[in-house]
Design a protein around this ligand. Structure first.
Ligand SMILES: Cc1ncc(COP(=O)(O)O)c(C=O)c1O
Length: 399
């Protein structure tokens, strides 16, 4: 009988050593030893299933992979050294010269960089579109396409893309569908159940959740992983370290609890921001004013822990007031990271998305008065007080 999600988050994949430890052991070893030469020969011939070398696989990494795959509902998970190496592995293992990729434009900065600066060097055509517009997907997918990539909700304006419909259209065109599910996490959204072929994570974010390590993951079916991901990772080495795998494993144990609390807190902060005259737009999947509200409701269990908002002042003061608002916070920390237990705030225009040109920024609504907040585990009333104090100082001239 399959156990419930919260039980699997704590127990799935555990493989106790001869010492019967409670918590999963960390196998900090690069290699493994053999009883005799024959055993080594069989291991390399795949006649004996066992660990060979930690670039290929490691017992601690395996527990993390099995646990995350179970939560995602995927046949297989491959852990990687970062979210970016997860994406790079998917793209470089599957694509070849002459292939075409269609992606939504609203992407994390480094994902955008790989698509627009690296793939074209290998003779791969990349078409970026507004991922919210199904007509644009239909048009772009008329031409033979090998892979489709999008992030939903997107960073930083939380655009929502219709996973089911885009997957159907992409499959008709023969394309593999890859979804960056970082903002939603496997707790709030299951792209594979909605038709996606591959899901990727920056495990650095909510999966760790304590701001400790960098890591990533690729989830898909056995066939795809065996053919593309396994040989690529084994031979090129974007493997996760066993120590980081252990840290991420501990992160998974509390992921559901943390997500539920942080989502609740995010909702209360949105209620507060809605009342503020100095806030104009609020970007959040479950904000009723969001044009994709119904779509978000249909594919996510909750709106997530991240929200963005714009401040309302003269446009010549946008950057100054945004910086002042951040600088006057005492509890919420300025950081480009997200998904942490600590609430983190950033100005995407000058940080995470600074490399985009003005036109790209405008089309993604990344303006100088946009602020992104990743809500942590602090008491919500302390967070609201901190934001309110900063608003008072910056906009109401109070000390
Ligand atoms: C949506 C999204 N995808 C991918 C990444 C890259 O992950 P990593 O920093 O673990 O390489 C990030 C990092 O911020 C992200 O926000």
């Amino acid at each position: 009988m399959k156990r419930k999600k919260n039980t699997r988050l704590v127990h799935q994949g555990i493989n106790r050593s001869i010492f019967s430890e409670t918590s999963e052991p960390i196998f900090m070893t690069s290699g493994f030893v053999y009883e005799n030469a024959k055993e080594a020969e069989y291991a390399f011939q795949d006649k004996k299933k066992r660990f060979i070398y930690s670039r290929y696989g490691n017992p601690t990494i395996s527990v993390f992979e099995e646990r995350l795959a179970s939560i995602e509902g995927a046949e297989k998970c491959w852990a990687t050294s970062s979210g970016m190496s997860a994406l790079f592995t998917i793209l470089m293992s599957y694509l070849k010269k002459g292939d075409r990729v269609v992606a939504a434009r609203a992407l994390f900065g480094s994902c955008h960089y790989i698509l627009t600066n690296i793939l074209p060097n290998f003779g791969i055509e990349v078409v970026l579109i507004d991922g919210q517009d199904l007509n644009l997907w239909e048009k772009a997918l008329k031409k033979k396409t090998k892979l489709v990539f999008f992030e939903t909700p997107s960073n930083p304006c939380l655009e929502i893309i219709d996973i089911k419909k885009v997957s159907e259209m992409s499959h008709r065109s023969g394309a593999l569908v890859v979804v960056d599910n970082v903002f939603a996490t496997p707790i709030l959204q299951k792209p594979i159940e909605m038709g996606a072929d591959v899901v990727m994570y920056s495990a650095t974010k909510h999966i760790d959740g304590h701001g400790r390590v960098v890591g990533g993951a690729i989830l898909s079916n056995n066939k795809f992983c065996e053919k593309y991901i396994q040989p690529f990772i084994r031979n090129t080495g974007p493997s996760l370290s066993p120590f980081n795998a252990w840290v991420l494993l501990k992160g998974l144990e509390t992921l559901d609890l943390r997500m539920n609390y942080q989502v609740k807190s995010a909702k209360e902060i949105i209620n507060y921001l809605t009342e503020q005259e100095f806030v104009s737009d609020i970007f959040y999947p479950f904000n009723k004013k969001n044009k994709s509200y119904n779509l978000a409701k249909s594919q996510m269990l909750a709106g997530g822990t991240i929200l963005s908002f714009t401040i309302n002042c003269k446009s010549s003061l946008h950057k100054k007031k945004a910086f002042d608002l951040l600088d006057n916070l005492k509890l919420i920390k300025i950081s480009n990271n997200l998904g942490d237990n600590k609430s983190l705030i950033t100005h995407p225009y000058t940080t995470t998305h600074h490399r985009l040109n003005e036109k790209e920024k405008r089309s993604l609504r990344i303006t100088k008065n946009l602020i992104r907040l990743s809500v942590g585990l602090e008491d919500t009333s302390d967070l609201i007080k901190d934001i309110d104090n900063s608003f008072n100082r910056v906009f109401r001239g109070k000390k």
